[in-house]
Write a protein that binds this ligand. Structure first.
Ligand SMILES: Nc1ncnc2c1ncn2[C@@H]1O[C@H](COP(=O)(O)OP(=O)(O)OP(=O)(O)O)[C@@H](O)[C@H]1O
Length: 267
């Protein structure tokens, strides 16, 4: 079913969660999103609030409990997986199972939705792969085995694979979970650049709330009481950041645009 809209992602009245034989466990409901392309979004919320569940639902890894999701104006339910793979790439943080794939082979796998059944790479595929290595500054790792990479290197290589997939939307679940401050900022800057320079729509779940404040065009905020999406500056102006954490411990400082400790006398 088609619905014409300028939004690359449109979500209406979505409920997310898990169903088993015995019961339905709703993790969050009444989720509404209108996202335009070329934006970097940070999805924020406490541990266990449902960020991964939402990202998995938006990428069709698991079904929605109810509500509607449109990607590029197409209802997610009717998008075949190989068509979805041409629109959305997903970057997860889990370490890869030990395999003897080289970095080049892993990144080249990003072309799978576009190659024929024997996976023959055309000149155009090779150019896209080269460009993915260049944008992520990982060309020097091309011949390494994946199991030889550090967490930070692997993270960049996984982003390179998503770039090789050349989708307008890239979804990343906690991409900087194992990285130091330098590599965290480096990864966020790369993702921001992909959005602003190359018009990619980047959706990142993260616990780097203060970095998100500085870099995200949009925020999706998950708290037990509600889900809210919108432009970072609008949400700051509307005092929406205060609901994210326990206010006895963490407050949002509007002037600094940062989360700070509420009462330093606590320590
Ligand atoms: N396969 C599953 N079946 C049932 N419940 C699940 C399943 N996976 C996750 N959950 C539950 O869904 C809730 C949300 O989990 P989710 O992983 O989406 O949170 P999160 O916000 O990504 O957390 P974190 O920041 O700790 O990674 C949790 O209560 C979790 O226990």
């Amino acid at each position: 079913m088609k619905q014409t809209s300028k939004h690359i992602i449109k979500v209406s009245n979505l409920s997310i969660g898990y169903t088993s034989k015995k019961n339905v466990s709703t993790i969050a409901s009444n989720l509404n999103i209108n996202l335009s392309s070329g934006n970097m979004v940070c999805l924020l919320g406490k541990n266990g609030i449902g960020k991964s569940t939402l990202l998995r639902t938006l990428t069709k890894v698991q079904p929605a409990l109810s509500g509607e999701i449109f990607i590029n104006n197409i209802k997610l339910e009717v998008l075949a997986n190989n068509e979805l793979a041409k629109i959305v790439s997903l970057v997860l943080t889990e370490r890869l199972p030990d395999s003897s794939l080289t970095v080049f082979e892993l990144v080249a796998l990003g072309r799978q939705p576009f190659t024929n059944w024997i996976g023959y790479l055309t000149n155009e595929d090779m150019e896209i792969i080269q460009s993915a290595f260049e944008k992520t500054n990982t060309k020097h790792l091309m011949n390494s085995k994946c199991y030889e990479l550090s967490d930070g290197q692997l993270q960049k290589v996984l982003i390179a694979r998503a770039l090789a997939q050349n989708t307008p939307i890239i979804v990343l679940d906690e991409p900087t979970a194992h990285l130091d401050l330098h590599h965290t900022i480096n990864t966020f800057s790369l993702l921001k650049n992909l959005a602003s320079e190359f018009n990619k729509t980047i959706i990142i779940s993260t616990h780097e709330a203060n970095l998100a404040m500085q870099l995200a065009d949009e925020l999706w905020l998950m708290s037990p009481s509600k889900f809210i999406s919108g432009k970072t500056d609008d949400l700051i102006a509307e005092n929406e950041l205060n609901q994210l954490f326990d206010s006895k411990l963490i407050s949002f400082n509007k002037t600094l645009k940062q989360f700070t400790i509420t009462d330093s006398k606590l320590f």
